[in-house]
Design a binder for this molecule. Sequence first.
Ligand code: TXA
Ligand code: MG
Length: 320
Amino acid sequence: MSARHLIIRPTRRALKQAARLLRAGHLVAFPTETVYGLGGDATSDRAIARIYAAKRRPRHNPLIVHVATTAEARRLAHFDSRAERLARSFWPGPLTLVLTRRAGTRLSPHVSSGLNSVAIRIPADPVALALIRQSARPVAAPSANHSGGVSPTRAHHVRHSLGGRVAMILDGGPCEVGLESTVVDLTGRTARLLRPGGIALEALQAAIGDIATDEVDGEELHPASPGRLLSHYAPDRPVRMNADKPQAGEAYLAFGSGGGGTLNLSEKADLVEAAANLFAMLRTLDRPEFTAIAVAPIPHHGLGRAINDRLKRAAAPRRA
Ligand code: TXA
Ligand code: MG
């Protein structure tokens, strides 16, 4: 398939073909409500190996398994009452549960890097759900970008970074949430937030009570998930966060009215709108005419926690 025809509208016919490609062990990029995923058959060692190779992702960083129903999730992992409650409240949606794997499932051991836990979610996007149902298997899908880069929220973002490595990119338009799912670890007695994301911590706590965050006064103690390297979500240009105004040569990503700015995450200071715009705007401002991207302070509540998490990693010192 030529690069020009890689991006496909998700018609019934295209979905059928995408499901066929997945079953044959190929990679298909698809929209979810959070970011675009790089999908592969979660039961196939070969497909999982292809995902790691395409993303140049470290093998110790496990993948999220996407399913269409809670019943399927229960076949793959052990659910306790907290998992049941969170699934009932937030699935389908931007919440990933890390649970203890069941023995003897069809899942490739490589999908969770050999750990005895597995990360599972039911995405809300109808294209994602249709693809999972039609492929008739769990679908492993990291964000469809090179490891360490900015996550894709449009089909053309995927073509830009992984165009040569996927068999097909299903175009579902812009992602509604724009930030990855919230990841919660339920394998221990205390629930732990591994990654803030599209469901606010406050909403999860309202459902199951206390959740440990590895944060003291907004400062992270240590990266929680195996894959949570500090530098991540990084555009080519350096990022400077909590900037009240730009310095000479910098692009300025504003928040709220009166901020001026090269672009504005949300004129009305709405964190949901800001989250949806964040990755696409970082990509737009990642141009040689700017020395860096300065970003306005973002309040640290609701989706602001996830936005600040991504900005902190985008601003972190880069590996050589
Ligand atoms: O919104 C999302 O979650 C998107 C869409 C495509 O679903 N996917 C996504 O995948 O963001 P990825 O691979 O970029 O991030 C998965 C995160 C990583 O931080 C990884 O370390 C963590 O989930 N994770 C996966 N399995 C885990 C496990 N068994 N234990 C702990 N953390 C796990
Ligand atoms: Mg990612």
